[in-house]
Design a protein around this ligand. Sequence first.
Ligand SMILES: CC(C)(COP(=O)(O)OP(=O)(O)OC[C@H]1O[C@@H](n2cnc3c(N)ncnc32)[C@H](O)[C@@H]1OP(=O)(O)O)[C@@H](O)C(=O)NCCC(=O)NCCS
Length: 324
Amino acid sequence: MTVRAVIKGVGHYLPERVVPNSEFEAMVDTTDEWIRTRSGIERRHFAAEGETTSQMGALAARAALKDANLEASDIDMVVVATSTPDLTFPSVGTMIQKELGMTSGYAFDVQAVCAGFIYALSNANAQIVSGQAKRVLVIGAETFSRIMDWTDRSTCVLFGDGAGALVLEAEAAAGTSDDRGILSVDLNSDGTYRDMLYVDGGVATTGTAGKLRMQGNALFRQAVSKLASTAQAALVKADVTADKIDWVIPHQANIRIIEGTAKKLGLPMDKVVVTVQDHGNTSAASIPLAMSVGKARGQIKKGDLCVAEAIGGGLAWGAVVLRW
Ligand SMILES: CC(C)(COP(=O)(O)OP(=O)(O)OC[C@H]1O[C@@H](n2cnc3c(N)ncnc32)[C@H](O)[C@@H]1OP(=O)(O)O)[C@@H](O)C(=O)NCCC(=O)NCCS
């Protein structure tokens, strides 16, 4: 008998303020047309003044708990993927734990930038499979609007804020690829790519939060090949072939990266959950947001075979194969 980490609920939160591409035309030398055609983004949500990553994460977590028909007291672990915490410490995880009224269990953050949700899912899966945790909240929450350089047109138009969450539960399973739950994980990183995507400040250097810096074109070229190869590696580990996939749930950075990766996997775009037009790049929140929206749209259904893949600063990249 095998233990699988099975999805019991999903939810998300998006800040109220929606910012269309046209708003950037007054700030930097850009056009709605350029942003749409080069990235696929049409609008994004930005957190209100004073609205924080933990507040958004807690709202997404509540929605996921409701979907799972569970209470916060049923949860024994909270893991939050974020690169934009409220404070340097304590973790966003413990802040969400408090917000949910949980006084037991344990909570912490993982930081793998845009690949963070894949790393957090991997961690949650490992703790469930090892018997350390039974029910886990896996949250991706970000306020990237706080680390934007509003004079840099090549980055400030691409990112957005939001949060998504999954509830995972340990379930006995047969140990085959027909099981529900997480079937495989593939993780990778290579720190030699540091300068391709980083934030130019931090606790031990400038003492400030810093601003995001990116070599977009160079990163674009890395993204498609690394995303396709990690997705393929996860499929092999799960013992399934790409033609069996019902849904690709990609990190939502750029529609051209999403299309290029699907093509390399030999999958048509009608098998890809796409939210980049409405959310922009929400970093670690983008995959759980896409999962929640994909389920709400009636795309992802119980029993569907899904592959989620992401790449981000580090570089760090990875993929998860799961049966919903
Ligand atoms: C950023 C990105 C959309 C730019 O698209 P691109 O086709 O690669 O464009 P380039 O970077 O080659 O820039 C082309 C031109 O557009 C310009 N440009 C950049 N941003 C612009 C904007 N917002 N509006 C108008 N022009 C812009 C550049 O300055 C450049 O001009 P130049 O040729 O005169 O130097 C694309 O590279 C990308 O999505 N990269 C990956 C980003 C990513 O995934 N990041 C997160 C990973 S988690």
